[in-house]
Design a protein around this ligand. Structure first.
Ligand code: NDP
Length: 350
């Protein structure tokens, strides 16, 4: 067993703008009971990382961002040994196994320690970049279309930021369920990506600004109050339009704050159409091992069969984490963003 290893990690000592993050030497490990020491291949960058960095979602300082990634196990925590594969259903992990994870934190690093319960085995032949792109956004898209509002062929859904990491996966999974998808995006290039994901209708909401313009644009396609469910990761800018467009007893799934948090509302706002409002988060839909395993294996199967296209829009080395956050927060990105732990500058390609 090692004591700890020398590594590099992106660290912030105070919350704030992207510049609070810097790459510096750190000591990592050893893994404790129920933990794995992992050599990171890629850390997935997610909008939640910007909320942690800015302080919108509080974190304990100093803090290393990154809720997901992929890599190779360097060491299995002491007390795990025979306890792996036990009645609790933990999969057995060994040194050298390739794993992806979500929820372990501290992924913007060359090496990290993750809870074994946050790890998934990566099937043979699956690319480590793709594996890093799936745990957070893939499982989020899965629980939204499967559990928050179980979509079917007779449903019409509205998906905002449909060229983004999560949005483009929601569009594809909604189409796999046979639903009609209206997608919103912020540019013509992003419209192409939403179309290629299978969206039936794509609206550039910069040309039809919220709230009235966006409502009219959607109504021109499906008529008034015809949307069964809104999957809204944009938040403040789009919430009111979604409420206006929902049918009686429709569902507003507001799952993110890319444009800022939604202002408080009174429940009476929901009364005229008996609307359902939910503000879900991934970890409540993967807490049970069987549910977590089902969401992961279904998502992987879609990727393996070619039904789910994972678009990686940006790869950058760890020391460019601040630039990647700037790009994400300025709406300049599409699809999944990865920080490649072992890459030099040649890793920073689109
Ligand atoms: P994306 O890749 O979707 O990037 C965010 C996109 O939001 C932008 O590209 C942009 O697309 C759109 N956007 C609209 N307005 C703004 C604005 N003012 N500032 C920045 N972006 C804006 O990010 P993620 O896929 O990582 O996350 C999408 C959302 O989903 C986030 O709100 C995130 O918090 C949420 N999320 C929630 C989870 C949960 O379980 N609750 C889990 C995972 C993600 P465009 O230019 O097309 O408008």
């Amino acid at each position: 067993m090692t004591s700890s290893i020398a590594a590099s990690a992106v660290v912030l000592d105070e919350t704030g703008g992207p510049d609070v993050m810097s790459l510096r030497p750190v000591e990592i490990g050893p893994p404790g009971a129920g933990e794995l020491l992992v050599e990171v291949h890629a850390a997935g960058v997610n909008f939640i990382d910007t909320y942690n960095r800015s302080g919108l979602y509080p974190v304990a300082l100093p803090f290393t961002p990154g809720s997901e990634g992929s890599g190779t196990i360097l060491e299995v925590g002491d007390a795990m040994g025979d306890a792996m594969g036990d009645a609790a259903g933990d999969p057995a992990f060994a040194v050298g196994d390739r794993v992806a994870w979500v929820g372990g934190g501290r992924s913007y690093a060359t090496d990290t320690v993750i809870p074994a319960a946050s790890a998934f085995p990566i099937p043979e032949g699956m690319d480590l970049d793709i594996a890093a792109a799936l745990p957070l956004q893939g499982l989020t898209a899965h629980y939204l279309i499967d559990a928050v509002y179980p979509l079917g062929p007779s449903d019409t859904c509205l998906v905002h930021a449909a060229a983004g990491g999560t949005g483009r996966l929601i569009v594809q999974m909604a189409k796999l369920r046979g639903a009609t998808v209206i997608a919103t995006v912020g540019s013509e290039a992003k419209a192409e990506l939403a179309h290629s994901a299978g969206a039936d209708h794509v609206i550039d909401y910069r040309a039809h600004p919220p709230t009235d313009g966006l409502v009219r644009a959607v109504e021109a396609i499906v008529g008034p109050t015809a949307v069964d469910v809104v999957y809204d990761g944009v938040g403040a800018a789009t919430f009111d339009a979604g409420i206006a467009l929902l049918r009686t007893r429709g569902t507003m799934a507001t799952f993110g704050n890319a444009s800022g948090p939604v202002e408080p509302i009174t429940p009476l706002t929901l009364m005229p159409k008996s609307l359902i409002l939910t503000r879900p988060r991934l970890f409540d839909f993967i807490a049970a091992p069987a549910e977590r395993e089902r969401r992961w294996s279904e998502t992987l199967a879609w990727v393996r069969d070619g039904a789910l296209d994972v678009h990686i829009g940006m790869r950058a080395p760890l020391d460019e984490a601040a630039d990647v956050h700037r790009a994400l927060e300025s709406r300049a990105t599409t699809g999944k963003l990865l920080l490649l732990a072992a890459s030099g500058p040649e890793g920073a390609q689109g």
